[in-house]
Structure formats: structure tokens, C-alpha cells
Write a protein that binds this ligand. Structure first.
Ligand code: ADP
Ligand code: MG
Length: 292
């Protein structure tokens, strides 16, 4: 039978927007030694907005958005949504591409108006176009401002950059400070670029960053921490995060996220409230004390 203290603890959690999936979950949370946070949608709001467009070779900014936006019509990624919103804002019409290939955690490639167009991160673009050092410098500047930079190549030539920015949740820094206060190590795990990830991490007080990790590799990173004997929690919101949530000793879904993430998690924090992680740890400790 479930001890009364556990039932009470789960009820108190629910009152505070912390949904424990099982009585076992509330008992495990108190043992967390390492919390891994997804960046986009967990530390940040996950609502990306286009902030900069940089073009080369006489291409206009609007034409670049038209080209990238058309190709992104074949993608479900939040970055695709941001670029298409920018096209709308500018009154630019995008058209459906052909032969769309989405590369998870890297970008998208398609044929648009008979030309091969690729939109994605630098490593992805480097596979088919050479990177101009001046443009590379501009990209690095944008990344230091915590922006995510997409490269656009057309027929094997780089034609421009599009940067998107996201807003850090106002409570993220405090949520992380509270976890540190509980003796918990906090890391960030993201598919985004190293520089962008480091800029976000420094703003919220995280010192351990795992960046440029492909979706399929996120589970492996969690397993590595576990093999060091660390009881590890993963906090995330996206479809990409579900396997890592399932692998972690405790999977915590941010409630504004996808159903898939919530399904894979042991704990759901309603309203995307990141401070709920340290609250859950405290509630678990109190509950376990009442059992003994
Ligand atoms: P996260 O860990 O933030 O969820 P993802 O694994 O989804 O990141 O993506 C990693 C990186 O791959 C993005 O920062 C972006 O540079 C690139 N990327 C992914 N999908 C797309 C897309 N549809 N268009 C352009 N770039 C993309
Ligand atoms: Mg993601």
C-alpha cells in the first residue's frame, strides 16, 4: 500500500503544479544529484523570433527570407515557424518546395524553383558549401548575443545568414541557483551551437554545457552521467527530448511542452515553471522524512 505521507506529498505537489506520475516518482526525486536542462523551451521560452538577416552577392533580405521560408515549409521545427512568421511580417509569399529532406538537429534541404537550397547550422552547410571567413565572424558575433544562426546555401554557395533569438524565462536563473543551493549539479544539453549555448548558460549561471549534440545522441549523454554513478534528472519539453527523459533516472517534462515529452516523464511541471524542479526535490525530501 502507498504510505499516507506519499499520498499527501503527491497532493501537495498537485496543488503547486507539480504532477508526480506515480508514488515511486515522488520518492526518486529526492535522490537527484545532477539535473540536465534542455535549452530551448526549458531555460528559454522557446518562442524564436528572426532578429537579423545577412545576405551576400546582392541578394535582398526579403529574397533570402522567401528562399529559406519556402524550404522551411517542409519542416516542423520551431526555427521553421520563426522564419515563416518573418516572411508573413514582411509580406513575402513563400511557395512549397520539392524533395524535402529534414535532417533532425541539423536543418533542411529541398529543391525550390529548380534550385537545391539548404538551411541549417554551420556544420550542416559545410557539407556542401565553403564558409567565408567574414561571414563566419558575423555569425560568431550573433552567437555571442545568444542568437541561433542559420546558414542558407543555394546550389552549393552560401547566400546568407538568418539569426533567431529566444527569450530566457525570467525565473530560470533563480531556479538554477536554488538547485545549486540544494547541492545539485546543473548542466545544459542542446543541439544548438557551442557559442550560443555558452552565452545562454552564462546568463543563467550554468557552468557545464553539452552543445551541438544531435537528437539521437542526447540519450547517450545521459547514460554517461549515470555511468559515473550520478542519479540524474533530465528536464525537457520537446519531442526530441522524450528518449532522454525516458533514459534519465527521473524525467521531468515542462508542461508547456509536447504530449510526447509528458508521456515519457515521471514528473510534469505545469505552466513551464522551472522553479518546480527544486520544489519537487524539497517536497520529496519532506515526504520521505515523514515515512521514516
Ligand atoms: P535543440 O537542442 O535546441 O532542441 P535541435 O536539436 O532541434 O536543437 O536543433 C539543433 C540545431 O540544428 C538548431 O540550433 C539549428 O541550428 C539546426 N536546425 C534544426 N532544425 C532546423 C531547421 N528546420 N531549419 C534550420 N536549422 C535547423
Ligand atoms: Mg528540441
Amino acid at each position: 500500500a502507498t504510505p499516507l505521507a506519499v499520498t499527501v506529498g503527491m497532493g501537495r505537489g498537485a496543488e503547486n503544479g507539480i504532477l508526480f506520475k506515480s508514488s515511486e516518482a515522488i520518492q526518486r526525486v529526492g535522490a537527484i544529484k545532477h539535473v540536465v536542462l534542455d535549452k530551448t523551451g526549458t531555460i528559454t521560452r522557446g518562442e524564436q523570433v528572426v532578429t537579423d538577416t545577412i545576405t551576400v552577392a546582392g541578394l535582398s533580405g526579403e529574397r533570402l527570407i522567401e528562399m529559406a521560408g519556402s524550404v522551411e515549409r517542409g519542416s516542423q521545427h520551431p526555427i521553421a515557424t520563426a522564419i515563416l512568421a518573418e516572411a508573413d511580417r514582411l509580406g513575402v509569399d513563400t511557395t512549397m518546395p520539392d524533395d524535402v529532406q529534414s535532417s533532425s538537429g541539423q536543418g533542411v534541404t529541398a529543391v525550390w524553383k529548380g534550385q537545391r537550397v539548404r538551411v541549417g547550422n554551420q556544420r550542416f552547410i559545410e557539407q556542401e558549401a565553403s564558409i567565408d571567413p567574414t561571414l563566419q565572424t558575423r555569425a560568431a558575433e550573433l552567437q555571442r548575443q545568444a542568437k541561433t544562426v542559420m546558414w542558407i546555401a543555394c546550389e552549393g554557395e552560401v547566400v546568407g545568414l538568418i539569426a533567431v533569438a529566444d527569450t530566457i524565462k525570467p525565473e530560470s536563473a533563480e531556479a538554477i541557483a536554488r538547485l545549486h543551493g540544494q547541492g545539485i549539479v546543473v548542466s545544459m544539453l542542446t543541439g544548438d551551437n557551442q557559442h550560443t549555448a555558452a552565452a545562454v548558460a552564462s546568463q543563467v549561471g550554468i557552468d557545464d554545457v553539452m552543445a551541438e549534440v544531435l537528437p539521437g545522441e542526447k540519450t547517450e549523454r545521459i547514460r554517461e552521467l549515470q555511468s559515473r554513478g550520478e542519479f540524474t534528472a533530465m528536464v525537457g519539453d520537446g519531442i526530441n527530448d522524450a528518449p532522454a527523459l525516458a533514459q534519465a533516472d527521473v524525467g521531468i517534462a515542462i508542461g508547456t511542452g509536447t504530449d510526447v515529452a509528458i508521456e515519457a516523464a515521471d514528473v510534469t511541471l505545469l505552466g513551464g515553471e522551472l522553479r518546480g524542479v527544486s520544489r519537487a526535490v524539497k517536497l520529496s525530501a519532506l515526504t520521505m522524512r515523514n515515512i521514516k
